[in-house]
Design a protein around this ligand. Structure first.
Ligand code: BMA
Length: 250
């Protein structure tokens, strides 16, 4: 990807899962990558800069954006920070709803709020939403609502900042093999049943398996790149066919 040489990228939630896979893909294509996360990535890489950032705190988000843009404006912003809590509207304590919204959705608002004034013309943003923004399982009220917010935020930013030539798109993954999904699988399948639970969840997808994080990262890298120069305000499902399928069997 020749057009990514020396691009300045900032990835919120870049220490693991889809964010980490995206960091690796962008670094491989020649970008400089800053990761803003509460955790530090387990692997090190020379061109990767980790910054500790709790996205619930506006001052920490501002610091992360300012640090990433000290020497150059931003070309690429990815928001991949996310947690998943389970419960219906009735079961979910309001504090838990606020926590999920704050990390999954309000943090994306803060990141864009700080970053957009520091982005070049021709730059791009990807927000990592979920298929659960469009259709959902039982018992994920807070998570589904937060992912829906990301999808509509994507369109709002795309419309407002088209004049600045900043593109914004949402990626909606199905089930992906990430620490977040593994901890859900452990919760529902127990440690012993973790792999089996992941396999069962994979079988819900027409392609018959869960995704690898780098399959989502490749879509994110494409949407950031100039190859996607006429794509903005769009939502891309990468879900192994999950939402294409009705639950009706012959
Ligand atoms: C993701 C997560 C996963 C889930 C998948 C498909 O966003 O919620 O736990 O398996 O959507 O519903």
């Amino acid at each position: 990807m020749q057009d990514s040489l020396n691009k300045n990228a900032l990835i919120f939630g870049g220490a693991s899962g889809i964010g980490w896979a995206t960091a690796c893909a962008l670094i491989e294509s020649g970008a400089m990558v800053t990761i803003a996360d509460v955790r530090t990535p387990s692997e090190r890489n020379g061109v990767l800069r980790p910054i500790r950032c709790d996205v619930r705190d506006a001052a920490q988000v501002r610091y992360a954006v300012h640090s990433a843009t000290e020497t150059a404006p931003l070309d690429w912003l990815v928001y991949s920070t996310g947690i998943q809590h389970y419960g219906s509207v009735v079961d979910t304590p309001v504090e838990e709803y606020d926590l999920v919204q704050s990390i999954n959705a309000r943090g994306a608002f803060l990141a864009c709020h700080e970053a957009i004034p520091r982005m070049r013309k021709g730059s791009a943003i990807v927000l990592v939403s979920s298929v659960q923004a469009l259709a959902c399982q039982e018992g994920v009220a807070a998570y589904a609502a937060s992912k829906g917010t990301l999808e509509s935020l994507t369109r709002a930013i795309a419309v407002d900042h088209a004049k600045d030539n900043i593109r914004v798109n949402a990626v909606l993954p199905g089930t992906v093999d990430t620490p977040m999904v593994r901890s859900s699988a452990e919760r529902f399948g127990g440690t012993d049943g973790l792999e089996q639970t992941l396999q069962q969840w994979g079988e819900n997808h027409p392609l018959g398996r869960v995704a690898h994080a780098d399959e989502i990262a490749r879509l994110i890298a494409f949407l950031l790149s100039d190859k996607a120069s006429f794509i903005t305000g769009a939502s891309y499902r990468a879900d192994g066919g999950l939402l294409a399928q009705l639950a009706v069997r012959l």
